[in-house]
Design a protein around this ligand. Structure first.
Ligand code: SF4
Length: 391
């Protein structure tokens, strides 16, 4: 029987061999996760949701990587595989050089070193458990701390997140949303993790509380030499907290870059649209507005998955390559990769004046000409595949 993953690795991605030495804390290489659903009626076909479809990235010590994208793009499924809540169908997840994606001794050993803080602190804490007991639980299961040593450790953790040791005697309902998130962070810190997966850690909080929690996370990162994987919708949070950002669309990475580069020079049309949607900044070009909904991951579009909503595809006159060839992740600037056949056009969107004076495709052609140099005016050039990004 033909494998569900046959041909899926032919996406231009060049992952290093598994035994290559690396100083990364976490290396995610070409992971896939598909979910199959049986038909609701006997004559219907089985459906397969391609939740994560060949994603690779790395997180260094004390680095924060953000994963952004619309709901259903696969960022939470990726985080769940890193946390060990789901096993990848293919690919590998290495933590300090050991494979943890599949069950095994390394996975058990490293379990305590990767922790999570979820979006809703209310549902991540047991309402019938005192705060001290909730923080003690992982310590009792995984360490030999007992008695006064255990109580001291709990008091230290509560102190580290800005709550007094007296908070250990209270129940979660006696705290505000921000305080409950501090308790969830204290519990995540209890086993001295190296990596914390932050799944929308401030989006359920009042705006006035968000800054406090973000600053707390930054301070803890400095003091405890933590690395974070931040899953978020809110680009302002991502911009403030992260060192680098991966933009996901329909189970794939569209762009991966250092945060300052990504916001200063987005190299994928989808990233540009996300930034425009989140910003009220006045620019010398019209804002990019995406139309339509994200397609079903059970039936993703052919070629570039974004082509059904891509403004650049329309402006370039619907080039065939976008419908037929999946763009590989290609390094367009140092450490800045984009999965777009026309990344250099995306980095130079037409100005407001150009759009007013010419047709949209001509404006983009003018921008493309300014990138590719003299003698090519009027030609729409795909970005030269400089070299595949190595992860
Ligand atoms: Fe748009 Fe084509 Fe680039 Fe995909 S490859 S993002 S459709 S321009």
């Amino acid at each position: 029987m033909k494998s569900r993953f046959a041909g899926l690795r032919e996406n231009g991605w060049s992952a290093p061999p598994p035994d290559q030495p690396s100083d990364d804390l976490l290396a995610v290489r070409d992971i896939f996760k598909y979910f199959s659903f049986g038909p609701s009626v006997p004559w219907a076909k089985k459906r397969t949701i391609r939740a994560v479809d060949g994603v690779s990235f790395r997180i260094a010590q004390q680095e924060t990587l953000g994963l952004v994208g619309e709901s259903g793009c696969g960022k939470t499924t990726t985080a769940r595989m890193i946390l060990g809540l789901l096993a990848p169908d293919a690919g590998e997840i290495r933590f300090l050089g050991s494979e943890i994606g599949r069950r095994g001794p390394a996975k058990r050993r490293d379990r305590g070193r990767i922790q999570a803080v979820f979006q809703d602190p209310w549902s991540s804490l047991d309402p019938r458990m005192r705060v001290g007991d909730a923080i003690a639980e992982p310590l009792v299961v995984n360490t030999r701390l007992r008695g006064q040593q255990l109580r001291d450790r709990i008091a230290g953790l509560l102190d580290a997140v800005g709550l007094g040791p007296g908070a250990a005697r209270n129940y979660p309902h006696e705290f505000s949303g921000g305080q409950r998130q501090r308790i969830a962070i204290a519990r995540a810190l209890s086993l001295n993790p190296d990596l914390i997966v932050l799944d929308e850690p401030v989006s359920a909080l009042d705006v006035s509380i968000r800054a406090q929690i973000m600053n707390l996370l930054k301070d803890l990162q400095q003091e405890m030499r933590l690395s974070y994987l931040l899953i978020a919708h809110d680009l302002a949070t991502v911009r403030y907290l992260t060192d680098s950002v991966g933009v996901m669309y329909l189970g794939k990475l569209a762009e991966l870059a250092p945060t300052t580069d990504l916001f200063a020079r987005p190299a994928h049309p989808y990233t540009l649209a996300l930034i425009d949607a989140a910003s009220a900044e006045v620019r010398d070009r019209p804002p990019i507005v995406l139309s339509g909904d994200i397609p079903s991951p059970a039936d993703p579009p052919s070629g570039c998955r974004f082509h059904t909503r891509c403004w650049l595809y329309e402006q370039l006159g619907r080039p065939k390559i976008c419908r037929t060839e999946q763009p590989p992740m290609t390094e367009v600037l140092p450490n800045h990769a984009s999965a777009c056949h026309f990344a250099s056009d995306a980095m130079h969107p037409p100005t407001r004046a150009a759009v007013a004076g010419t047709s949209p495709s001509a404006a983009t052609r003018a921008a493309a000409a300014s990138v590719v140099g003299p003698g090519t005016a009027g030609a729409v050039m795909p970005v030269a595949p400089s070299r595949p990004l190595r992860i």
